[in-house]
Design a protein around this ligand. Structure first.
Ligand code: NAP
Length: 256
């Protein structure tokens, strides 16, 4: 209940799925701060469930001015930031994940902008408002390590995000700011509803479950607990690396 007592956190995409699971886990450990997203209704609902220590700031993470505004508003309400979770990402509205034969330039740019460019500039725009010694957690993906149909651009963007953990840690060494990537495997969140129609949802989740050695998808709360570890002093010697939270999917084959 006290690993993050009075720490100020910003969680982008904190109104849904993994981001909300992280916000809940942070709140449970005593943190306060800001969640972001574009959808005001889900932001309001999430904040009312998180309680008085949390504030919602609406904004698009691909809009650099909106990012600056978010961090300024956070600073004015809570002071400097101790933990930044760069989580917003995943599926681009109206732009399917596709194989190379179908991908257009705007589809490519959309996935790179949301999953790579926005991660980089979220960190850059936060810098003036971060405490020295802060922890930055970049939400990447096990997709960076194991190809899946239609996911090559998304996976390449997430692989680059894993690389950023090391590069940005080096850039920020003089301020003792640690940057690490947290790569979820297949986690049960609303993202699947953005990828396939309702009638195929159960089947697609089962396809993922079939390749996960522990026999189930992960929960947002399990990513939340790992994010608490990476945000807290318990991980003080973990710098510039990746933590893979995937139920064994990447490294264990179920071949009999
Ligand atoms: N679920 C998985 O299996 C899985 C696995 C590996 C990695 N991940 C990664 O985990 C992160 C969260 O995914 P999730 O599964 O929790 O998905 P989700 O439920 O679809 O949540 C995505 C979040 O990102 C926000 N977002 C999307 N586009 C945005 C934009 N342009 N500007 C601001 N916010 C934006 C959404 O809020 P608004 O819609 O309100 O903007 C929402 O809060 C993503 O980076 C994803 O790539 C997920």
């Amino acid at each position: 209940m006290s690993k993050l007592k009075n720490k100020v956190a910003v969680i982008t995409g904190g109104n849904s799925g993994i981001g909300y699971g992280i916000a809940e886990a942070f709140r449970n450990e005593g943190a306060v701060g800001v969640i972001t997203g574009r959808n005001q209704a889900t932001l309001d609902r999430a904040v009312s469930e998180l309680g008085a220590g949390f504030m919602a700031v609406a904004g698009d993470v691909t809009d650099l001015e909106a990012l600056e505004r978010t961090f300024k508003m956070t600073y004015e309400k809570f002071g400097k930031i101790d933990a930044l979770v760069v989580n917003a990402g995943g599926v681009v509205d109206g732009s399917p994940m596709s194989g190379i034969a179908e991908v257009t330039e705007s589809n490519y740019d959309g996935y790179m902008d949301l999953n790579l460019k926005s991660s980089y500039f979220t960190v850059q725009k936060a810098l003036p408002y971060l405490n020295d010694g802060a922890s930055i957690i970049l939400i990447a993906s096990s997709a960076a390590h194991r190809a899946a149909p239609g996911m090559s651009i998304y996976a390449a963007a997430k692989a680059a995000v894993i690389s950023l953990a090391a590069g940005l840690s080096l850039d920020l060494l003089s301020r003792s700011i640690r940057v690490n990537a947290l790569s979820p495997g297949s986690i049960d969140t609303p993202v699947f509803g953005k990828l396939v129609p309702e009638e195929h949802l159960a089947q697609v989740k089962q396809l993922w479950t079939d390749i996960i050695p522990v026999g189930r998808q992960g929960l947002p709360s399990e990513i939340g607990k790992t994010a608490v570890f990476l945000a807290s002093d318990d991980s003080s010697f973990i710098v510039g690396t990746e933590v893979l939270v995937d139920g064994g999917m990447t490294n264990i084959s179920l071949m009999k």
